[in-house]
Design a protein around this ligand. Structure first.
Ligand code: FES
Ligand code: FES
Length: 168
């Protein structure tokens, strides 16, 4: 079946079974290997991408459901900001500087979710304790076996504060 999607702001034409997992189409057909497979059962969040602005587990989405829709993967996060493809999003930079990534399997999914959290303004005006609790709640679907979450939460808070400072 011929499918047309928008992936990271560009048209993507795919010839695939409509039942093929979006995860596999991204990695195999479109060579966007940033999106990772962890559990393959919708439990870990490693495969998270945005589909029409909603975070989804791409291991649970059939590509036939994506015809005519917009997908953003970890490769598209930098390009989402001011059209500067070479500039990482503040969340991605903070994950690096805060040590919020170790083996990296969960990192693309966490980055996709965290960018959504930060850019949605969900943390705006929240005090530190409230913001930390919100980040933990909003990233509850993303499992990390390495970092213990503290450094990931640190990174998301740091990115949110940086962007708030840039806006004010
Ligand atoms: S690989 Fe999709 S949720 Fe784990
Ligand atoms: S950095 Fe290894 S699973 Fe999160």
């Amino acid at each position: 079946m011929k499918l047309e999607l928008e992936v990271n702001g560009a048209a993507a034409h795919v010839e695939a079974s409509p039942w093929k997992r979006l995860l596999d189409v991204l990695r195999e057909d479109l060579r966007l290997t940033g999106t990772k497979e962890g559990c393959g059962e919708g439990e870990c969040g490693a495969c998270t991408v945005m589909l029409d602005g909603e975070a989804v587990n791409s291991c649970l989405v059939a590509v036939g459901q994506c015809h005519g829709r917009k997908v953003v993967t970890v490769e598209g996060l930098a390009a989402q900001r001011a059209g500067e493809a070479e500039v990482l999003h503040a969340v991605q930079r903070a994950l690096v500087t805060c040590g919020g990534a170790q083996c990296g399997i969960c990192t693309p999914g966490i980055a996709v979710c965290a960018v959504h959290v930060v850019d949605s303004g969900a943390l705006h005006g929240a005090d530190d304790a409230t913001a930390r609790a919100k980040v933990r709640e909003l990233l509850a679907g993303n499992i990390c076996r390495c970092t213990g979450y503290q450094l990931i939460v640190d990174a998301v808070i740091a990115a949110a504060r940086e962007l708030e400072g840039a806006r004010s």
